[in-house]
Design a protein around this ligand. Structure first.
Ligand SMILES: CN1CCN(C(=O)c2ccc(Nc3nc(-c4cccc(NC(=O)c5ccc(C(C)(C)C)cc5)c4)cn4ccnc34)cc2)CC1
Length: 285
């Protein structure tokens, strides 16, 4: 029978997966970086949209689970979250396509601009507040990051800072990265309940956020210096916390210390943190 006399199914047109990006719509440009997970390149989507394209090396992630989750992630939209545009999942390696952030990771940005940043407490605090806003949005949507750190935030034009790779840690297959005993586990950003029971929550993200604030106010120093992971675990479990950075006012350090309360229930949520930091920022002007 000719198509015109076949009834049109009500789902016609809805079946195309809008989170699926066709590779023909992508023009791959220079490499931005690489790691054991694969390569990241800048790209142009539909001719004009600047993107970052993660080409995930096989065996890095549980891809089918991630592709399922991508449908949820594309719905998370906030000016301080790196927007997931979609995935190319019909070929291998899969591509993860996000908005492009032209100044790269916050960690490298802090290290590269230390001299101009170190005296500018207002700008450093503003960077922390932007990350807090992105995290407050995730908290409101009951979305846990699991690997919040300055290396996983990105800087765009006009000192915009956005949180990236939220939730991605759940799909990494390398158990050196996923288990708290592994060599690649982010021990220095983990609270006691994660070190002891891998109990992740928005309150474990708050602990990591306190460490990210410390990274910002030290312009990208490594937390706990050259201490081995085992020594950091021992200190954190005994309640020893990071010292106040020289460039950090006491009232800002007071907020960091709240993020490092031993019990997750004693830590403030990101909504509270946002209000507290806004008050501190007012006090600075
Ligand atoms: C003047 N400077 C010159 C040098 N410079 C750059 O080269 C530069 C410029 C822009 C960059 N932007 C981005 N860079 C990246 C990027 C670059 C290198 C590596 C990565 N790494 C990843 O995405 C990544 C890392 C780990 C993982 C696991 C699986 C372990 C959880 C997953 C993914 C991301 C992602 N982006 C997403 C949006 N924008 C960017 C990155 C670098 C910065 C500006």
């Amino acid at each position: 029978s000719s198509p015109c006399d076949r009834p049109v199914p009500p789902t016609a047109g809805l079946s195309h997966d809008k989170w699926e990006i066709h590779p023909s719509e992508l023009m791959l440009l220079e490499e931005l970086g690489s790691g054991q997970f694969g390569v990241v390149r800048r790209g142009k989507w539909r001719g004009s949209i600047d993107t970052a394209v993660k080409m995930m090396k096989g065996g890095t992630m549980s891809e089918d689970d991630f592709i399922e989750e991508a449908k949820v992630m594309t719905k998370l939209q906030h000016q301080n979250l790196v927007q997931l545009y979609g995935v190319c999942s019909k070929h291998r390696p899969i591509y993860i396509v996000t908005e492009y952030m032209k100044h790269g990771s916050l960690l490298n940005y802090l290290r590269r601009h230390e001299t101009s940043l170190i005296g500018n407490m207002g700008l450093l605090l503003d960077m922390c507040i932007q990350v807090c806003k992105g995290m407050s949005y995730l908290e409101r949507h009951n979305y846990i990051h699991r690997d919040l750190a300055a290396r996983n935030c990105l800087v765009g034009s006009e000192n915009v800072v956005k949180v990236a790779d939220f939730g991605l840690a759940r799909y990494v297959l390398d158990d050196q990265y996923t288990s708290s005993g592994g060599t690649k586990f982010p021990i220095k950003w983990a609270p006691p309940e994660v070190l002891n029971y891998t109990r992740f929550s928005s309150k474990s993200d708050v602990w990591a956020y306190g460490v990210l604030m410390w990274e910002v106010f030290t312009c990208g120093k490594m937390p706990y210096g050259r201490l081995k992971n085992t020594e950091v675990v021992e200190r954190v479990q005994r309640g020893i916390i990071l010292e106040r950075p020289k460039a950090c006012a006491k009232e800002i350090y007071d907020v960091m210390k709240e993020c490092w309360a031993h019990g997750p229930e004693d830590r403030p949520g990101f909504r509270i943190l946002k209000d507290q930091l806004a008050l501190v920022a007012q006090g600075l002007t």
